[in-house]
Design a protein around this ligand. Structure first.
Ligand code: URA
Length: 426
């Protein structure tokens, strides 16, 4: 005999009521067991989308999703600290960040995902490295954390199964863009992974889920609120995602750019964000006396990177895949680049083969875009602006269509803006 009726729970939220803890625990558990049907959960997700959930409801909803599966205990001798980005274009920051924070003395377990749509996935990027494998057992994760201090791998199937079911449903019922549903989805996986401390990178702008500063702040506060309710040390940086991060967007190209950063070079914005997130993670881990900029410059982070890649079967020195076809978009006039739209570049890279439209699609390791000129940089007519890379030349026209109106050349540089827009601390 079930404790509640799904119809009563849906009606309550439809009519704007607050769900009780018991209702939430039951509905998530019953959905995981298959007692609440997909069409009922779809109706409830839409009611939540329209009427929202308050902080306590969202925290309880998250806890119920955590309890739907297994939780890992990834403790190590060092303080553990994790990072999660809400997803952007050219967002390869996990690649230099995890080894950097490990080189500073923390343990970084980063259970990551694959890309869907215009935002790339960390695992897809790392799989461009010959031999590298994403799937590790819990024992392998723990051994690598103890030995190397950093591990970036696929999340195990048993973590937050209620979220996996619900996310698939939200994707096909226009209920993804709800702050309580996004926040509970992200946090249920992070809590199930067993991190003690977590820094969130909440992206804001055309290339992000949250297009406005108001929405990004609301999401950051919802995420931090759930973490605080759970006793996590947590903070969120709200960062700009209106322009692609760095010059590389894709898989192998983002690995190459991350290696440049780990070797002490790379684009200034990627270095700035890597160091800013590292500082925040080290603060939460109780290691605020370590200077991540100095550790990056010393080469110690590259050494951890090489060990991390080798521990997962990859060859950090191997040549990365090259595309079969390259198409150059030239600057149409002399001047300064005044705009380069992150969303358009993300969609174009995805159409070139860097991303997938359905979960089962394969990505091309070599596909992507190199941004030869970014906002504030001068160009002459005919200079390369964007380099489109793909193994399937037939994809170029649709990538070019996505880039229509995506960049502008003007007379003077746009005002410099800051990458980190705000910080929300728990
Ligand atoms: N990422 C998630 O894991 N869940 C969401 O709902 C949105 C982004």
């Amino acid at each position: 005999m079930e404790r509640f009726s799904a119809v009563d729970v849906i009606r309550a939220k439809r009519d704007g009521a607050r769900l009780t803890d018991d209702q939430i625990d039951w509905v998530i558990d019953a959905y995981t067991r298959g007692v609440v049907a997909d069409e009922q959960m779809s109706a409830l997700a839409m009611a939540v989308f329209l009427n929202g959930m308050d902080t306590d409801e969202t925290a309880r909803w998250t806890a119920a999703m955590v309890d739907s599966g297994e939780t890992l205990t990834l403790h190590s001798d060092r303080p553990t600290v994790d990072k999660h980005s809400t997803g952007g274009v050219g967002d390869k920051i996990t690649l230099p960040l995890a080894p950097l924070v490990a080189a500073c003395g923390a343990a970084v377990p980063q259970l990551s995902g694959r890309g869907l749509g215009h935002t790339g996935g960390t695992l897809d990027k790392l799989e461009a490295i010959p031999g590298w494998r994403a799937r590790l057992t819990t024992e392998e994760i723990l051994a690598q954390l103890a030995d190397v201090g950093a591990v970036v791998c696929a999340a195990t199937e048993g973590l937050a199964p209620a979220d996996r079911k619900l996310y698939a449903l939200r994707d096909v019922t226009a209920t993804v863009e709800s702050i309580p549903l996004i926040a509970s989805s992200i946090m249920s996986k992070k809590i199930a992974e067993g991190a003690d401390a977590l820094v969130l990178d909440v992206k804001c702008g055309s290339g992000a889920f949250m297009k406005t500063a108001t929405d990004a702040r609301a999401l950051a506060e919802a995420l931090v609120g759930i973490g605080v309710a759970r006793g996590l040390r947590i903070s969120a940086l709200i960062t700009d995602m209106s322009v692609p991060l760095g010059r590389a967007v894709g898989n192998a190209v983002e690995v190459a750019e991350s290696v440049d950063v780990l070797r002490g070079g790379g684009p200034a914005d990627v270095v700035e964000l890597t160091v800013a997130l590292a500082r925040e993670m080290l603060d939460l881990a109780g290691l605020s006396d370590v200077d991540p900029a100095a550790v990056l410059a010393s080469g110690a982070a590259y050494d951890v990177w090489a060990r991390m890649i080798r521990a997962q079967g990859g060859d950090p020195e191997a040549a990365l895949p090259e595309p079969k076809h390259v198409h150059i978009v030239e600057a149409p006039a002399d001047g300064v680049v005044t705009r380069l739209d992150a969303y358009a570049v993300g969609v174009a890279a995805w159409r070139l083969g860097a991303g997938r439209a359905r979960k089962e699609d394969q990505v091309q390791a070599a596909a992507g875009i190199l941004c030869h000129a970014k906002p504030g940089e001068s160009v002459r007519a005919g200079d390369p602006l964007l380099e489109l890379r793909t193994d399937t030349p037939a994809a170029v026209p649709s990538a070019l269509a996505a880039l229509t109106g995506a960049y502008e050349i003007g007379d003077s540089a746009p005002a410099a803006t800051s990458l980190v827009l705000a910080t929300v601390r728990g």
